[in-house]
Design a protein around this ligand. Sequence first.
Ligand SMILES: Cc1cc2nc3c(=O)[nH]c(=O)nc-3n(C[C@H](O)[C@H](O)[C@H](O)COP(=O)(O)O)c2cc1C
Length: 199
Amino acid sequence: MKTLLHVKSSIFGDDGQSVQLADRLIKRWLQQNPEGQVVVRDLAAEPIAHFDMQTIAALSAEAEQRSPEQQAIVALSDQLITELQEADVLVLAAPMYNFAVPSQLKAWFDQIAKNGVTFRYTEQGPVGLLQDRPVYVLATRGGQYREAGLDFQVPWIKLILGFVGLKQVEVVYAEGLNMAGADVAIEQARVELDALTLS
Ligand SMILES: Cc1cc2nc3c(=O)[nH]c(=O)nc-3n(C[C@H](O)[C@H](O)[C@H](O)COP(=O)(O)O)c2cc1C
C-alpha cells in the first residue's frame, strides 16, 4: 500500500487555491491507488514553532535528560521526519507569501532538514539521505514571476528538496491569481495537473 503525504501551508485551509489544486491531484492519485493512504500535515491548522534555541537544546539533549517540553519538541521533530520517510509520494501545496514560501512551510523544512538523518556533509559536500520519490509542488501566486525571472519560491523549494535527496520534482504553477484572467490561469493549472503522469 502506497502512502502520499500532503503538506498544506495555505492560511486559507481547504479553501486555499494551492490546497484545492493538491486535492484535485490527490483525487486522481487515489483513483489510481485505491488502497493508497493519504497523510495530511496541515501547517496552518497546526503550526510548527520557529526553529530556535529551545529546539536546538531539545534535539541536542541526552534522551534521558530531556524535560517534558523537550520531549514534546523531539517527538514532533521525529514525527515530521517519519511522515516524510514513510511517504512514497509527497505533495506540497505551496502558495507564495511575500515572494517566498509561507513561514509555516519554512518552519516544516527547518524541522525535516536534519543533519545525519535527512542529509549529511561529506568531503565532497552535502549529500541528501532521503530515498528519492516523486514530489508534486502546487505553486500558487497572485502575480507573475516565472517568466520575469523573479521566482525565489520554487527554486528554493527545489534546492532544499534536493538537499535532502528529493530530486524527482514536478511543479504545477498557477500564476496571476490576483490579476485579471485568474480564472483562465487556474483552469490552465488544472489541465496541466490532469496531464501529469502520477506515480
Ligand atoms: C500574506 C500573503 C502574502 C502574499 N504575497 C504574495 C506575493 O508576494 N506575491 C504574489 O504574487 N502573491 C502573493 N500573495 C497572493 C497569493 O500568493 C495567492 O493568493 C495564492 O493563490 C494563495 O494561495 P493559497 O490560496 O493556497 O493560500 C499573498 C497572499 C497572502 C495572503
